[in-house]
Design a protein around this ligand. Structure first.
Ligand code: SAH
Length: 224
């Protein structure tokens, strides 16, 4: 959980970060179906405006994606809540996150798991998120620069895998790195037709289902 002290002092007390403004966003996503209390609790305690440019800070408590530079976006709060509660239907000790971006989703996952490995393809975003989460006191995340869709064998297997960029298929490599009992939550499809899917790896094979239509930025190619 993120305590008052962790919030950037220059934002303390300003209108856009008021308890009421943030509470309104939490109430909204709860009404949309985010009901997991642990997830809502972390989302309530973590300020979102510190993840975006100051010029956009006043919009940080709207339920919208916002630009974070390099053509990328911070995900919509509802979507972050949906993906997190879907992934954490049961405790997941070690989670792989694909697409660190600004680190907002990472910072939501970190207090809810033992360990997070977060991969980002764009080095400037990777560094910025790593430094911001360090400042927030987060110590259980390993940040790496590289192609997230190749996973990270060094720390596998994972109890959960969550991707924030859309891929046309589910890479075999990721399924290989998933522990038995593990779960993948990711968007699949083309840029304009995407669906959030859940894959459970059971002792008898893979079980896949669709959650709902979503909109994510496309997966970037690996490092050449
Ligand atoms: N959860 C992030 C979402 C950022 S958008 C946030 O809220 O900020 C998706 C991110 O996935 C972008 O930062 C993009 O650079 C990254 N990405 C795209 N393709 C990738 C790949 N192949 N490997 C790792 N990261 C990738």
């Amino acid at each position: 959980m993120y305590s008052e002290q962790l919030r950037k002092p220059q934002y303390a007390g300003s209108g856009m970060t008021s308890e009421r403004t943030r509470r309104r966003l939490i109430d909204l996503i709860r009404s949309m179906g985010i009901t997991d209390r642990a997830v809502l609790g972390v989302m309530q305690s973590l300020p979102r405006h510190i993840f975006v440019d100051e010029a956009l800070a006043s919009r940080a408590y709207e339920n919208t994606a916002l630009p974070i530079g390099q053509g990328q976006t911070i995900s919509q709060p509802y979507t972050v809540g949906l993906m997190t509660q879907t992934l954490l239907n049961k405790p997941r000790s070690k989670v792989l996150e694909i697409g660190t971006g600004c680190g907002y989703q990472t910072a939501i996952l970190a207090p809810l798991c033992d360990e997070v490995v977060s991969l980002e393809r764009i080095v400037s975003l990777h560094r910025k998120a790593r430094d911001l989460l360090y400042d927030l006191g987060v110590r259980n995340v390993k940040f790496r620069h590289g192609d997230g869709f190749a996973g990270m064998r060094d720390f596998a297997p994972y109890d959960g895998i969550l991707a924030a960029a859309v891929s046309e298929d589910v890479p075999e490599e990721l399924i290989d790195q998933l522990a038995e009992g593990g779960r993948v939550v990711m968007p699949v499809g083309k840029t304009d037709r995407q669906v959030l899917i859940v894959i459970d790896k059971t002792s008898t094979g893979l079980k896949q289902r669709e959650i709902e239509a979503v909109r994510f930025v496309p997966r970037l190619a690996g490092l050449s």
